[in-house]
Design a protein around this ligand. Structure first.
Ligand code: FES
Ligand SMILES: [Fe+2]
Length: 398
């Protein structure tokens, strides 16, 4: 066991040398790649500050994270800001329609240009502290009272850029500006969802809330339909029962597809859905945080983004074919859609917050998984791959 303080160990994790506790947890995770034991994670995986520190850098520091639907960034000069595991990001659509991802931390003395969670429209961003001004592409376009500092060249000053990519209307950000593109990873899923015509869908309703649980508690829940009988007896259990046969297909290291049969096939008017599509819910998960459920002519997306070790931002929306909105009472449709999604979300939230209260118990322990939870093991495998991926700054990678 490590004899260092918690602060020392966190500093160790930052510096790149794993503590004994993290090394042990990583060994457990490595085991999922070799033997795929049908066991849940050790409780410490949900409470270890050192593991969380590694997740911040090795998972969320270099993975594609879904942050918004295109409709939230439809207008020129619109923006969305989200906190991803302690790193605030700002995504903008400039006047020419191009998307940009960047850090909104002012290059003067570190004031954030906007609050996390802020959305809206702006021609430029003025820092509230000393009024430096930045364009929507992150370039500095004005700095007050700086002329007499000979070392300062405004041309060299810009906000750090992140990678940003739009996949069928979903806006993803990667803090690693040199990240490999996302679309090739999702090619097979694009094919699966052709008939849902994601590019022609409109966001009818949306939400952004915070759940008091570790992000993995929320994400593993999204990888299985087994919990539906417990958490959603009056809602989802009626349409996609927890006991039904779920087909899990792992597509790429980072994406997987769940196929869950409906008790009754869905109707389709605006989309050319096949009988198989009408008969199944298509659940897609893109590691580490994005989930998408195509259910007949409705698509629900969720992104489960850590804010701290025990708080998760849940951002999501409901999409419908644009054609289905023509002549409809939009407010009423939105109200119904948000009420339904709100009900399901609060069922998950109540349950998962209870799990979070239990993971710190001295009597919490790893449990056996059901054959209905292969998606959970696939998530653990992705987590292991992401945490153990070799790189220059950390020994002991794969
Ligand atoms: S911190 Fe932004 S202008 Fe000073
Ligand atoms: Fe659920």
């Amino acid at each position: 066991m490590s004899t260092g303080t918690s602060t020392d160990r966190t500093a160790d994790a930052r510096a790149g040398s794993p503590s004994a506790e993290v090394a042990e947890l990583l060994d457990v995770l490595r085991g999922y790649l070799d033997l795929a034991p049908q066991l849940s994670l050790p409780p410490r995986a949900f409470t270890s500050p050192e593991l969380y520190e590694l997740e911040r850098t090795r998972v969320f520091g270099r993975s594609w994270v879904l942050v918004a639907h295109r409709d939230e960034l439809a207008e020129p000069n619109s923006y969305v800001s989200v906190d991803i595991a302690g790193e605030q990001i700002l995504v903008t659509r400039d006047a020419d329609g191009a998307l940009h991802g960047m850090s909104p931390i002012c290059r003067h003395r570190m004031m954030p240009l906007v609050e996390p969670g802020a959305t809206g429209r702006a021609d430029s961003f003025t820092c509230p502290y000393h009024l430096w001004r930045y364009g929507l592409d992150g370039r500095l376009i004005g700095a007050t009272h700086m002329r007499r500092n000979p070392d300062f060249d405004p041309k060299d000053c810009r906000l750090p850029a992140f990678a940003v990519e739009e996949w069928h209307g979903f806006v993803y950000v990667n803090l690693d500006a040199a990240a490999a593109p996302l679309a090739p990873e999702l090619k097979r899923i694009s094919g699966d969802l052709t008939n849902y015509r994601l590019d022609e869908m409109a966001q009818l309703g949306s939400w952004s809330e915070e759940w008091a649980c570790n992000w993995k508690v929320a994400v593993e829940n999204a990888h299985e339909n087994y919990h539906v009988m417990g958490f959603h007896p009056e809602t989802l259990q009626q349409s996609t029962p927890g006991g039904s046969d779920t087909d899990v297909r792992v597509d790429s290291p980072w994406a997987l597809r769940l196929l869950v049969p409906f008790t009754e096939p869905q109707e389709a008017y605006a989309l050319p859905l096949t009988d198989t599509e009408k008969a199944h819910l298509y659940g897609i998960f893109v590691f580490p945080a994005a989930s998408l459920a195509a259910a007949g002519e409705m698509v629900i997306w969720l992104s489960l983004i850590p804010q701290t070790i025990d708080r998760t931002l849940v951002r999501g929306g409901i999409l419908v074919p644009r054609a289905a909105l023509e002549g409809a009472d939009l407010d009423e449709m939105r109200r119904q859609a948000e009420t339904y999604a709100g009900m399901i979300n609060s069922e998950d939230r109540n349950g998962l917050e209870a799990v979070q209260r239990a993971v710190g118990s001295r009597f919490a322990a790893r449990g056996h998984l059901s054959p209905k939870e292969p998606g959970v093991v696939a998530f653990y495998q992705n987590l292991a791959r992401a945490l153990l991926r070799a790189d220059d700054d950390w020994p002991g990678g794969l």
